[in-house]
Ligand binder design. Structure first.
Ligand SMILES: [Zn+2]
Length: 473
């Protein structure tokens, strides 16, 4: 509605939403919304923002068969905010990602948490107002995300319960925890009174900050959405919404009854890029972190229906109740070393006591069954991880007594049964070493230069087409 938008743009004042004690909560038996929006005008230096226009033609309850991912007060403010990109992990170093601007619609929960994108807690209302885009505020507004996306150290999520939290909420939370830890046993949830612990509280909806640390996870087992605790724990672990990926519109389009979407619905499902966000990987419409394709959102006292219309060929299994395979994979990628800290998985994890990890639990191949370096093998330089695909990151830098033919150079070991991709067999760029594994079988390994991929399958398990330089024994 262009005229309304134009009118609203003329406002230079800012409307602050006031929460009253009467503001509550949806009962489990139905939808109740008793709050009345009150507003007042703040000072003129405040940012321009918009009150959401109620459209009278909309229903006061969600239509049938519509999932409700979003519970809330229904009172929203749309505004542009600065969001910190948080910490980026690159080559094992932390780098601060740059700030970016997003249009969001926020609401405030009974616990005083400001929520965007349906269920993401980003701080208090004061935090979000401080982050609003306005020339006069630009200098002091760099982040609303005080706990910018960070991993829980070593994959250990610290949590505790609000005083007197009832069993129903505890069970709901623990059931959600179990769905993740069953799939990713490296994840640990520890009850703690540490200030970095996240507090589980009873609320009128389901919401969580994303990533570590502190803050609250608000749960509502009576809100009729069985998956919500798991979804919120997904946020706590560091996952964001799949449907907010910048490439979302390649796969689906947002539509609303009558062809017109409420601006709150748009802002709460909007795509964004966001520095510091990693949206890599294939689009997963079946992710636990994807809103349902047919949803409803309360705005003021009305419910607004929306639909995501999928492009042909994308298979939607229906409302995801559990973490998808890709969800699990993403958490594993996020906590790469913690997830791959198992000796013999081919991932070198020095933080877990590994001196090497050659992708097996065999002794006598330079890296022991417990991932300790073995005497037969020259010095390992795990920091030099430049090996190619399917080549182990076990590297050999020196060669005492001429045991290896490439003295002084770094070589990488291909997985058993593979040799360097596209290399000739003269032995100039690859060679083979023979040893016996703990099962008594002969296992030969091909060594290549760093960066060389090893995807060519050997003609036999000994890789006998590659020249042997076996002087290890
Ligand atoms: Zn969510």
């Amino acid at each position: 509605m262009a005229s309304i938008a134009m009118m609203l743009s003329l406002f230079t004042s800012f409307f602050l939403l006031q929460l009253s004690d009467a503001q509550k909560s949806f009962t489990s038996g139905g939808i109740e919304e008793s709050s009345i929006l009150t507003s007042h005008i703040q000072s003129q230096t405040s940012p321009t923002s918009t009150i959401i226009e109620p459209v009278p033609s909309q229903s006061s309850t969600p239509s049938e068969n519509r999932a409700v991912d979003i519970f809330g007060t229904g009172n929203y403010t749309v505004l542009d905010i600065y969001v910190s990109g948080g910490q980026e992990q690159s080559n094992g170093c932390n780098a601060t990602a740059s700030t970016y601007v997003r249009t969001v619609a926020y609401t405030v929960t009974p616990h005083g948490n400001a929520v965007i994108d349906g269920d993401i807690i980003v701080g208090t209302e004061a935090d979000i107002l401080n982050a609003a885009v306005h020339p006069s505020l630009r200098k002091r507004s760099s982040s609303i995300v005080s706990n910018a996306p960070q991993k829980w150290p070593r994959g250990v999520v610290l949590y505790n319960y609000q005083a007197g939290l009832d069993k129903k909420h505890i069970d709901y939370f623990q059931e959600g925890v179990k769905q993740w830890t069953d799939r990713l046993p490296f994840l640990k949830f520890e009850y703690s009174t540490d200030r970095n612990a996240r507090t589980v509280v009873a609320s009128d909806g389901n919401r969580s900050p994303y990533g570590c640390c502190g803050g609250m996870i608000e749960l509502c087992p009576g809100c009729g959405n069985t998956r919500s605790a798991r979804h919120e724990i997904g946020h706590t672990l560091g996952l964001y919404h799949e449907h907010q990926r910048p490439d979302r519109d390649l796969y689906m389009t947002l539509s609303c009854p009558g062809g017109k979407c409420n601006s709150v619905v748009i802002a709460n499902t909007a795509t964004f890029v966001g520095t510091g966000m990693n949206w890599a990987g294939s689009y997963d419409v079946n992710s636990l972190m994807h809103y349902s394709l047919s949803g409803s959102l309360p705005v003021g006292s009305k419910w607004y229906d929306f639909d995501f219309k999928l492009i042909p060929g994308l298979f939607y299994k229906g409302y995801a109740e559990l973490p998808s395979r890709l969800d699990v994979q993403r958490v594993c990628e996020l906590y790469y070393e913690d997830c791959h800290s198992i000796c013999g998985d081919g991932i070198f994890s020095p933080g877990y006591g590994e001196e090497c990890d050659d992708g097996n639990n065999d002794n006598g191949d330079g890296c022991s069954s417990s991932c300790k370096k073995e005497a037969c093998v020259p010095t390992c330089h795990p920091s030099n991880h430049e090996c190619g695909d399917k080549a182990s990151c076990t590297t050999f830098d020196t060669s005492p007594n001429g045991l290896f033919p490439r003295t002084g150079q770094t070589f990488c070991m291909c997985e058993a049964g593979f040799r360097g991709t596209g290399l000739d067999r003269s032995g100039r760029d690859q060679y083979r070493v023979e040893w016996e594994n703990r099962h008594g079988g002969q296992t030969h390994r091909v060594f290549v230069k760093p960066g060389q991929a090893c995807r060519d399958v050997c003609s036999d398990i000994q890789c006998s087409e590659v020249p042997i330089k076996n002087t290890c024994r």
